[in-house]
Design a protein around this ligand. Structure first.
Ligand SMILES: Cc1ncc(COP(=O)(O)O)c(C=O)c1O
Length: 361
């Protein structure tokens, strides 16, 4: 049986199959997801959902209750919210809207799904390369100023981890017919929310913000994200997409995770503390290796750059059950680069030690 083609991190099933090991034996540092179990209150709510048997009915097509909760959470009108089957599904539909407007600009290196979506709708697009050197500070000024109708921004940027300032993005909003800002990692990023464009939604109808619940709550298997926009384009997306893109468990998860501020804040504090502590430890540890450069990041992943191809090191790590993200598949990066996502301290220690060993092999 053939595996489907992919260009993302997190290929744990393939690795487990190839090596005949359970996925629980793998340290997956290639997908940037919180390494803790999801919050207990979420698991409890999902069990309750099974018990209540709502899966016997089609889910609410309008997501009314979920939209209300997300709207209240962000202090925006529920009509400006559109939940989706992960940010990825929403990226697909936003691409269709973007394709109708004109030329799209994609900063590179970037998350591969924007290109997938634009190809899907045969959209016109160009690339604009981000500088390979960036300041070691947060937030930074968004550096791209290319002529186009639509621009796709990731804040913080994947794979570089740069956090763009809201102020610099406001300038972008005044230049483009449509600005798509993917904030998949923003809530996970310490002080990230200060740079969110969601508070500007009411003032700019050329803005679409994309959010993902995947990373922060460690629920990639649930598939849950949402759009925030005051643009009429949401109506067009609703008309085109399939009628029940979210199942009842994803809807329940969204409602549970965002309707209790105290639970949310407790979780966020735990995650931000973990990132601050482990990012500093991890990058200091790896920086001691003179063959590696560790690039500054605002969030739970960072880029490393080797003086020569890092692929042999990546293969060595894989043989030890550690997956990190190769970067040759990112436009404008090459085999010398790799992206690492932060894990729990014990695992970070193991990854750092094995990276050291990988140079001895
Ligand atoms: C920048 C970015 N946006 C969106 C996604 C997709 O998120 P979701 O799991 O919600 O589809 C990813 C996944 O890696 C990502 O890196």
């Amino acid at each position: 049986m053939k595996d489907f083609p992919y260009k993302h991190g997190g290929n744990i099933y393939l690795h487990a199959k190839k090596n005949n090991i359970p996925i629980s034996n793998i340290i997956d540092s290639s997908a940037s997801i919180v390494p803790f179990n999801p919050p207990k209150f979420l698991i409890k709510a999902l069990y309750a959902e099974i018990k209540a048997g709502y899966y016997k009915y089609y889910p609410d097509k309008s997501f009314n209750n979920l939209r209300e909760i997300i709207g209240e959470f962000h202090n925006v009108h529920p009509d400006w919210i559109l939940p989706g089957n992960g940010a990825s599904e929403l990226i697909t539909w936003v691409g269709l809207e973007a394709s109708k407007i004109g030329k799209n600009c994609l900063p590179i290196p970037s998350f591969i799904d924007y290109e997938r979506s634009l190809n899907c709708w045969k959209a016109e697009y160009i690339f604009s390369e981000l500088p390979k050197e960036w300041p070691e500070s947060n937030p930074q000024e968004f550096p791209i100023n290319k002529q186009s109708d639509v621009i796709w921004i990731t804040n913080p940027h994947n794979p570089t981890g740069q956090l763009w300032s809201r102020k610099s993005l406001e300038n972008v909003l005044n230049k483009y017919k449509l600005v798509i800002c993917d904030e998949a990692f923003l809530s996970i990023t310490p002080d990230g929310e200060n740079e969110s464009l969601i508070p500007l939604i009411g003032a700019y109808d050329n803005l679409i913000v994309i959010r993902s619940m995947t990373k922060l709550f460690s629920i990639p298997g649930i598939r849950l994200g949402y759009l925030v926009s005051s643009s009429k384009k949401l109506e067009s997306i609703i008309k085109n997409r399939d009628p029940w893109p979210l199942n009842c468990f994803a809807i329940k998860a969204g409602k549970t995770l965002l309707n209790n501020k105290r639970n949310y804040d407790n979780w966020i504090n735990k995650i931000h503390n973990w990132i601050q502590t482990e990012k500093t430890w991890f990058s200091n540890k790896l920086s001691k290796n003179s063959e590696l450069r560790v690039h500054f990041s605002s969030t739970n992943f960072f880029l490393i750059e080797s003086q020569k191809s890092f692929l042999p090191n990546i293969n060595y790590l894989a043989s030890k059950g550690i997956l990190i993200r190769e970067c040759a598949s990112f436009r404008s990066l090459n085999e010398n680069w790799a992206r690492i996502s932060i894990q729990t301290h014990q695992k970070n220690r193991k990854i750092a030690n094995e990276i050291q060993n990988s140079f001895l092999n």
